[in-house]
Ligand binder design. Structure first.
Ligand SMILES: Cc1cc2nc3c(=O)[nH]c(=O)nc-3n(C[C@H](O)[C@H](O)[C@H](O)COP(=O)(O)OP(=O)(O)OC[C@H]3O[C@@H](n4cnc5c(N)ncnc54)[C@H](O)[C@@H]3O)c2cc1C
Ligand SMILES: NC(=O)c1ccc[n+]([C@@H]2O[C@H](COP(=O)([O-])OP(=O)(O)OC[C@H]3O[C@@H](n4cnc5c(N)ncnc54)[C@H](OP(=O)(O)O)[C@@H]3O)[C@@H](O)[C@H]2O)c1
Length: 394
C-alpha cells in the first residue's frame, strides 16, 4: 500500500478529534536510565477496535485530565464540593455540568490572565490584598504583572487572595478550554497495525515555590493506569512522512523526543523493503542515561538498515555538542547525500534546535556547494518545494 494512502482510512473510523476513541494504554516504560536528569517515556496505545489507522509521520492527539490534587485544592479554596453545576463560558455547552468534571476534564488550570486579577481586585475585602491587586493592575506595572502571572496558575491566585470570594461560575468563566496535545507517532503501522507508540518527555518544573506538572505528559506518565484508564485519543494525519519512493535516501535529525517519528520512519522503510539509505542524527544530554531506543539502533546498524547514526551528547563534556555540530562535522557526506536526492527531515524543539539546524543546513549547502548565501537559500527553498526538506517541530 502506498505509504500515505493509509491516512485516508482515518475517515472510515467513527472516531475523530470531535469524537475521540477511549483507548487503553498498554505500556508505560521509562526510556532514561537511573541518574538521568530527563524523564522520557515510551507508551503503547492500543487502537484495537477503533477502526483508526495511521501512517508513519502522523501524530496522536490525546485529551488529558488535570491532576486530582490541584482540582481538590481549587474546590477547597472556592469552598465548593464539586457537585455545583456550572456553565463555563468557554465551553458553549447546552446544559450545565458539575464543577469537578469541568475542572478535571474540560478546563485548563494554567495560564491565568489579567482578567482574573481584575475580578479578584473587585472582590477582595482585605486591604493588603486590595493594595497588591491594584498595584499589579496599574499601567506602569505591565512587566511586573506579566512576570507575576508567568509564575502562577489559577490555584495560586485563589491561595494568594483568599478574601476575594468567587462563586464556582465566576471562577470557571475565567478558564480556557483544556486542549488535546499532539504526539509524533513513534511506530509504523506496517509493524504495529493496531498500536501506536509514543515517546513523551514528562514536563515537570517549579515556579512560585510549587511543583508544576505538564498536564498531558504527566497525565500519561502518572495518572493513566496501564490497561484500565480509558484515554481519549484521535489520529492527526500529517504531510510529514517518509519518501513515497523507497529508493530515496533519508537524513533524519531528531534530538530528544524528536527521535519519535524517525523510529517510525525506519520501522516503516525496513518493513516496506525500501532500498534507500537511512542516516539518523540523535542527541540528548548524556550517552550513559539518555540514549533512547539504544538497542534498536544497534540492531538496525548491525543489519545495515540504518547506514549511519550520528550521536550528539550535550552534557558529556564541558562544551555542548549538538546535532548540528555533527552535521557540520559530516558536511561533505551530507552534501553528497543531498545531491544524490536524499530527503532531509527535522523533528523536535522548534524554538532553538530546528532554527540552528536550519542555519547549519544553509551553511553546509553554501560551503560544500560553493554557493553564495543567497544561492544556498534558493537551494534549500527548492528542497522544500520538492518536499525533500520537511519539519515536524514543536
Ligand atoms: C506535532 C507535534 C508533535 C509533538 N510530538 C511530541 C512528542 O513526540 N513527544 C513529546 O514529548 N512532545 C511532543 N509534542 C509536544 C506535546 O504536544 C506537548 O506540548 C508536551 O507534552 C507538553 O504538554 P503538557 O500538557 O505535558 O504540558 P503543558 O501543561 O502544556 O505545559 C507546558 C508549558 O509549561 C510551561 N513550562 C514548561 N517547562 C517550564 C519551565 N521549566 N519553567 C517554566 N515554565 C515551563 C511552558 O509554558 C510550557 O508551554 C508535540 C507537539 C506537536 C505540536
Ligand atoms: N523551555 C524550552 O525552551 C524548551 C526547549 C526544548 C524542549 N523543551 C521541553 O523539554 C522537554 C524535553 O524535550 P526533549 O526531551 O525533546 O529534549 P530537548 O530538551 O529538546 O533536548 C534534547 C537535546 O537537544 C539539545 N539542545 C538544546 N538546545 C539545542 C539547540 N539549540 N540545538 C540542538 N540541540 C539542542 C539538548 O541539550 P541541552 O539541554 O544540554 O542544552 C539535548 O541534548 C519537552 O517537554 C520540551 O517541550 C523546552
Amino acid at each position: 500500500m502506498p505509504i500515505h494512502s493509509m491516512s485516508a482510512s482515518v475517515d472510515a473510523s467513527p472516531y475523530s478529534k470531535d469524537h475521540p476513541f477511549p483507548a487503553k494504554v498498554t505500556e508505560n516504560r521509562l526510556l532514561n536510565k537511573p541518574g538521568s536528569a530527563k524523564e522520557t517515556r515510551h507508551f503503547v496505545v492500543s487502537l484495537a477496535g477503533s477502526g483508526l489507522h495511521y501512517s508513519a509521520g502522523d501524530s496522536l492527539g490525546v485529551f488529558p485530565e488535570n491532576r486530582p490534587g490541584e482540582v481538590a485544592e481549587i474546590l477547597q479554596r472556592l469552598g465548593a464540593t464539586g457537585a455545583e453545576l456550572v456553565l463555563p463560558a468557554m465551553l458553549k455547552l447546552a446544559a450545565p455540568i458539575a464543577l469537578r468534571e469541568a475542572l478535571t476534564t474540560r478546563l485548563a488550570l494554567a495560564g491565568p490572565t489579567a482578567k482574573i486579577v481584575g475580578t479578584l481586585a473587585a472582590k477582595a475585602t482585605a486591604p493588603d490584598e486590595q493594595a497588591k491587586l491594584t498595584g499589579l493592575l496599574s499601567p506602569e506595572s505591565k512587566d511586573l504583572l506579566a512576570a507575576f502571572l508567568d509564575e502562577r496558575e489559577f490555584v495560586d491566585l485563589l491561595a494568594d487572595f483568599p478574601s476575594a470570594k468567587l462563586t464556582p461560575q465566576e471562577f470557571v468563566d475565567h478558564l480556557r478550554k483544556l486542549m488535546p496535545r499532539l504526539y509524533s507517532i513513534a511506530s509504523s503501522p506496517r509493524v504495529y497495525p493496531s498500536d501506536v507508540h509514543l515517546t513523551v518527555a514528562a514536563v515537570r518544573y517549579r515556579t512560585n515555590e510549587r511543583e508544576r506538572a505538564g498536564v498531558c505528559s504527566t497525565f500519561l506518565a502518572d495518572r493513566v493506569q496501564v490497561g484500565t484508564t480509558p484515554t481519549r485519543v484521535f489520529v492527526s494525519p500529517s504531510h510529514f512522512g517518509p519518501p513515497e519512493d523507497g529508493a530515496r535516501d533519508c537524513i533524519m535529525v531528531g534530538p530528544g523526543t524528536g527521535i519519535a517519528p524517525f523510529r517510525a520512519f525506519v520501522q516503516d522503510r525496513v518493513a516496506s523493503g525500501a532500498t534507500g539509505r537511512n542516516w539518523v542524527f540523535f542527541g540528548d544530554q548524556k550517552a550513559a542515561t539518555d540514549f533512547l531506543y539504544q538497542e534498536e539502533w544497534a540492531q538496525y546498524l548491525a543489519k545495515g538498515q540504518v547506514a549511519r547514526l550520528e550521536l550528539a551528547w550535550s552534557r558529556d563534556q564541558f562544551t555542548k555538542v549538538y546535532v548540528q555540530d555533527k552535521m557540520r562535522a559530516n558536511a561533505a557526506e551530507l552534501w553528497a547525500w543531498l545531491q544524490g536526492g536524499a530527503h532531509f527531515y527535522v523533528c523536535g524543539d522548534a524554538k532553538r534546535m530546528a532554527k540552528d539546524v536550519d542555519v547549519a543546513l544553509h551553511d553546509i549547502v553554501s560551503v560544500q556547494g560553493g554557493m553564495t548565501p543567497a544561492l544556498a537559500v534558493d537551494y534549500v527553498k527548492q528542497l522544500k518545494k520538492e518536499k525533500r526538506y520537511q519539519r515536524d517541530v514543536y
